[in-house]
Design a protein around this ligand. Structure first.
Ligand code: HEC
Ligand code: HEC
Length: 330
């Protein structure tokens, strides 16, 4: 009798456990370009039976820094790692610590020197008025991502909604005074490593290869250091053969598809007044923005100036343009 009871309990219990452990299905990509808007693989369902993970005492280091930090410290959104404090002026509170519980430090995602990463944006050297205007656009629902399920832009959107003008002004002033440094190497290629998605960005799977096709894939030079949020570990962008030259022609010569970028973005795409500079910035970020202007997801007060620029451009054209922009000296 007892035995039969146990057997019955087992047949009931097993299916329950299986469903609980099955990861949620990944959301269907909202754009035809999932490689440009990478979605993190769904997190495994929590297993209530498992013991809580023990804190990992391993201390990590990065080149050119004397600091030693645990993984928990590296992932602390309210006290993010600042491996190279000598690289930038002292951070205001909002940049270095954010405002709990809703606003993680700006420097957590954008990095303390605001060089940024492919899944977010560089902020170093952008005009303060531009930075403030963009956060206001996010706050007022005028700027979103064409991929509503992409985690990093969604996080930016959510935190912008609870920022106030005073703290954004302080952050904007800090970022505008930083000098953006060369950060992305553009490489033309026919083939590229297969990638896995970590924290909203591509990372190469060593020893694999596949055709690049009509894509642009930006990844860390050193995945481990980027995952440790090392603000000196840079990126490499793989673009189709001939992309930089084609992009240069589209950007600088009169043509029927688009307007010369330098009219508004300045000579060498180094920025003009409050129009942001593009030279040397993450081509993943720039590409998503071009597509977001085209799709209408980014439709703030000044977006109409870009609408005419992108309307007739294909994805291949936009890849060429951002490859060219990223290859320029910032
Ligand atoms: C959780 C990560 C995260 C944090 C924290 C964060 N951002 Fe962002 N931020 C992003 C992402 C991702 C984007 C790109 C969103 C998109 O695609 O539109 C972005 C974009 C921006 C942009 C647009 C840049 C441009 O060139 O148009 C500005 C400005 C900005 N953030 C300011 C801030 C400020 C100020 C703070 C601190 C109050 C902050 N961010 C904190 C993730 C973050
Ligand atoms: C008529 C003026 C004008 C022209 C021409 C123009 N842009 Fe822009 N662009 C702007 C403005 C203004 C913004 C900021 C829009 C906003 O505030 O939302 C912008 C923003 C951008 C952004 C987003 C930058 C960021 O930090 O988020 C990209 C990428 C971009 N432009 C690419 C280009 C390229 C490539 C060309 C040439 C093919 C070009 N633009 C031509 C006015 C222009």
């Amino acid at each position: 009798m007892k035995l039969r009871y146990i057997a019955l309990a087992a047949t009931i219990a097993i299916p329950v456990i299986i469903t609980a452990q099955q990861p949620a299905a990944p959301p269907t990509p909202a754009t035809p370009y999932p490689w440009a808007y990478p979605l993190n693989p769904p997190a495994p369902a929590p297993n209530p039976a498992a013991a809580p993970p023990k804190p990992d005492p391993t201390l990590h280091t990065v080149p050119n820094s004397t600091k030693k930090l645990t993984q928990a410290q590296v992932g602390d959104g309210f006290n993010p790692p600042d491996w190279h404090p000598e690289d930038h002026p002292p951070m205001p509170d909002i940049v270095g610590h954010g405002r709990a519980p809703d606003i993680r430090a700006c420097g957590f995602c954008h990095l303390p020197n605001a060089q940024g990463k492919p899944e977010n944006a560089s902020l170093a050297g952008l005009p303060a008025a531009y930075i403030e205007a963009q956060v206001t656009d996010y706050r007022n629902g005028l700027r979103a991502s064409s991929e509503p399920n992409m985690g990093p832009p969604l996080n930016m959107l959510r935190l912008a909604k609870v920022t106030n003008e005073a703290e954004v002004k302080i952050a904007a002033e800090y970022f505008s005074k930083l000098k953006y440094k060369p950060w992305v190497k553009v490489v033309e290629t026919k083939t590229v490593a297969k990638t896995r998605i970590i924290q909203g960005m591509h990372a190469p799977i060593e020893g694999t290869s596949e055709p690049l096709g009509t894509r642009m894939l930006e990844m860390p030079v050193n995945t481990e250091l980027t995952e440790l949020r090392d603000s000196q570990s840079s990126f490499i962008a793989y673009v189709p053969i001939g992309a930089v030259k084609r992009g240069e022609a589209l950007a600088t010569k009169a043509n029927a598809k688009t307007t010369q970028c330098s009219i508004c973005h300045g000579t060498g795409l180094k920025g003009l007044g409050n129009v942001p500079f593009l030279a040397g910035r993450s081509p993943s970020y720039l590409l998503r923005q071009m597509y977001d202007f085209k799709s209408g997801a980014r439709h703030g007060g000044y977006a109409p100036l870009m609408k005419g620029v992108v309307d007739k451009l294909t994805m291949a054209d936009m890849i060429d343009l951002v490859a060219y922009a990223a290859s320029l000296q910032p």
